[in-house]
Ligand binder design. Structure first.
Ligand SMILES: *Cc1c(COP(=O)(O)O)cnc(C)c1O
Length: 454
């Protein structure tokens, strides 16, 4: 697996490393990009000795078997790849939604085409639009920002803390009378500290949208992520846990949020299957999109869902062993995990004293063929050029043409704590097929490199 694949922002941005180096305001992300554009792990490296082959790979595809095959064949043979009708009796997406809601502990689930589409549906579900503000973490994936902008609302950034996720204190500082929702993003396999976040949201009457794209199957104090807030979303793109290549889902227990999300995902329509779930259609039709999931996707996801716990268990166990093996290192500040039992073990993370120490640490680990990097898979959004310049798809866009939109300033000054944290964090990827030998090797390598660097 190359580093490029775990940093989808690199090809997405369409900029070269040189562009990044010449863009002054991007300085904070340069080290990360520079280090991760070289495929280091999985290659023979000097000094690596007899290192085991450590490649976390893509989780979901490692679990593909007869179950996905059989389910896909059923769709092919039935001639019914569309969820609502066809020559057969299409029910893959419907059944996946039923099972997914049950697994997450919510009343309703909706299958859609991507995690990004699920976010757009969730924002529509919460009735967010021009004049509203939505608080999002300064380090997260683009879609958490674009879903707010596409709705004509104003994205307001809050800093991340040592959980790698939203800092509840900074979230509260960014609340204004216009704040309508907060997106609690559970990044890199670890849940946000939901109790304080939920408490602050309740106090101010703010809706909570959980983005669980990077933490599918995770939980917080015994509740599945996505079920704690008003609405939750998931991605099934290949870098996430269970996968159908592309795909997404939304869950909620609120029939009105569900109906609005359903209508938005299907041209404003609330078809019979959904009316049966909620009991009645309560709202008039409005302008929607087409984000419907197809039966092939539903077939693969149904099979993958039945294996989700067996994907999470080995990763959680490996991550737990690595954390246990390094926690006594003198002065080490591990990623703060508000509920280690709910962490899916996607990575093991810790903090170094500064950026130079972080870079030396990553370099040393990579020489030992350890899949180490800066935080990956997300973007330092407030310092992205298109964000700094508040560029939407039309020059006169309500998000930024309102008086609040004109006033707001993005850029490094709105997220100093995030930039600072980003510069100090190291992560090591964990795979679902790591052996005891790999777990032990990781502990040994981290201990050696950490002691050398500190
Ligand atoms: C991947 C991801 C998304 C978007 O999911 P897609 O299926 O790629 O559209 C949203 N939020 C986060 C945090 C993600 O990692």
């Amino acid at each position: 697996m190359t580093a490029r694949e775990v940093r989808p922002n690199v090809p997405f941005r369409g900029v070269t490393r040189r562009d990044l180096l010449t863009a002054g305001c991007l300085a904070a992300s340069v080290a990360g990009v520079g280090l991760t554009t070289r495929p280091l792990w999985g290659q023979q490296a000097a000094g690596a000795g007899d290192a085991p082959d450590i490649d976390p790979g893509y989780v979901g595809p490692q679990f593909f078997d007869k179950k996905e095959e059989q389910s896909l064949l059923e769709v092919l043979e039935s001639g019914s790849p569309f969820r609502y009708w066809g020559p057969g009796h299409p029910d893959k997406v419907f059944r996946f939604e039923e099972e997914f809601a049950k697994y997450m502990g919510t009343k309703f689930a909706l299958g859609v085409t991507s995690g990004t589409a699920a976010l757009d549906c969730a924002i529509a579900g919460l009735d967010i639009g021009p004049g509203d503000e939505v608080i999002i973490p300064a380090y997260t994936w683009w879609s958490d920002y674009t879903c707010v902008v596409h709705a004509g609302a104003l994205p307001v950034f809050a800093d991340i803390d040592r959980t790698f996720n939203l800092d509840p204190k900074d979230f509260e500082r960014r609340v204004t009378p216009r704040t309508k929702a907060v997106i609690a993003v559970h990044l890199l396999g670890g849940p946000c500290d939901m109790d304080p976040l939920l408490e602050i949201a309740r106090k101010h009457g703010i809706a909570v949208l959980e983005d669980c794209a990077q933490c599918v199957g995770g939980s917080y104090r015994g509740k599945k992520l996505g079920s704690l807030g008003h609405v939750g979303i998931y991605s099934f793109q290949i870098n996430k846990m269970m996968t159908s290549g592309e795909g997404g889902a939304l869950v909620t227990s609120d029939p009105v949020i569900y109906e609005r999300a359903v209508r938005f995902h299907d041209m404003g329509a609330m078809r019979g299957v959904f009316v049966e779930r909620t009991g009645a259609a309560q709202l008039p039709t409005f302008a929607g999109e087409n984000f419907r999931m197809n039966e092939f996707t539903g077939a693969v996801l149904g099979a993958q869902l039945s294996k989700l716990d067996s994907m999470v268990a080995p990763m959680r166990s490996s991550a737990g062993k690595v954390y246990d093996g390094i926690k006594d290192l003198s002065g080490i500040r591990l990623r703060h995990r508000p509920d280690p039992k709910g962490d899916i073990g996607y990575c093991v993370g810790w903090e170094m004293k500064d950026k130079a120490a972080r870079d030396r640490c990553i370099e040393g680990l990579r020489q030992r063929k350890v899949p180490a990097s800066t935080l990956t898979g997300s973007v330092l959004l407030p310092i992205e050029e298109s964000v700094v310049n508040k560029r939407a798809r039309h020059a006169d866009w309500p998000s930024f043409s309102s008086s609040e939109g004109k006033k707001i300033q993005y850029g490094p000054d709105c997220c100093r704590q995030t930039l600072d944290n980003f510069d100090r964090f190291v992560q090591v990827r964990i795979g679902a097929r790591y052996t005891e030998r790999i777990n032990e090797y990781l502990v040994d390598a981290i201990r050696r490199v950490y002691r050398d660097v500190v």
